[in-house]
Design a protein around this ligand. Sequence first.
Ligand code: SF4
Length: 458
Amino acid sequence: MIGSRKLYVKSFGCQMNVYDSQRMADTLAPEGYVETTAPEDADLIILNTCHIREKAAEKVYSELGRMRGLKETAAADGRNLLIGVAGCVAQAEGDEIIRRAPAVDIVVGSQNYHRLPQLIARAEREGRVVDTEFPIDDKFDHLAAPSRAATRARGVTAFVTVQEGCDKFCSFCVVPYTRGAETSRPVDKIVAEVERLADAGVREITLIGQNVNAYHGKGADGRTWPLSRLLERLARAAGIERLRYTTSHPLDMGDDLIAAHRDLPALMPQLHLPVQSGSDRILAAMNRRHTRADYVGVVSRLRKARPDMALTSDFIVGFPGETEDDFAATLSLVDEIGYAGAFSFKYSPRPGTPGAEMDDQPDEAKKSDRLQHLQQVIDRNQATFNRGCLGRILSVLFERPGRHRGQIVGRSPYLQPVQIEAPLALIGEIGAVTIMEIASNSLFGALAQEPALAAAGA
Ligand code: SF4
């Protein structure tokens, strides 16, 4: 322990980055770093970056300009503020970051952040360091576990990374290049992490991975376990009431995983299943390796297994070559599936991906029009789904205090936020809530029956 120093981590992008940021904080806690929410107080700032969205690298550089000001102010106060860049932009840009932003002391790739203590020591001793090699050692074996208090402070739901990387090579996506090939964590490591989280009061686990349903981890029996078997094992972990997983590829929705939605009560009836387009022509150009009919077939098998399954998705509009007919096919797919929600984005070329080399990139105005139209259709679907919950009694895991006094907020099985008037003591409990009102995609209700409070000390 080297005395108390303050750490500020800013996460961009997906849940995997949120999880990685927490693990960075856990890794640095034994070194005396305590997290702060105020960057101006920090001794170490880490930007955990994402490369998915448009101009991701440019946004990081502009944020680094602001950080340089903080570094200068700290130096004037006699403090040495270290600045680190982690995550996918760090992985993709490497040395270029130091060249363009000399205030940066540490550049660390997605597979290397377990080495942060050594990288910080090197940066303090020798100056700037860059570590973006894909190492042979598994970072998960070297990461410190969070303390029970740190886990409790993060709430009653938690993400657990079980898989990283992707072998699918969709033609618009940088993930296979920034996160590398698919790898899966061994079952026993995941079970141990989930049991530790449960022991600290976590009730809901979301297993995460860039292509999580391609999970193929080694079990204690020496065999390769698919995600369905891992879920079945985790459903038996004491204290874990709810399981989810994200993000999935339609091709990897095997019969065993679909059956798990029928057979495991802990597995929530909600799935984020990106499709990106409703047009077979565009799906082929995107190298998605499935057709619209394949996708619809997966959804119909899922709904046969679990009729109340809530589906969400991702869509890209304006992919190279997308015609009005292709776009109309996307709109019709949204209505055919009846989504509970979806993310939609305008296509923007990522350097180094096949999509960036394609001709016939639609113009910006057309992309904007299509995006707006698609979002209206998605919103209408979401409103219909939410209206279907009115008057129903849903089980809700209460997660945190609401914005108003006397209010607490939880999540339904379908991942909708649900607000009720109830005491804070119910946080961490699952209660039956009658849904009485819907506003801005939040559900409002009242306890249908009091949940039994967990035994003291649980
Ligand atoms: S499956 Fe997902 S992560 Fe993999 S290349 Fe396609 S979009 Fe990217």
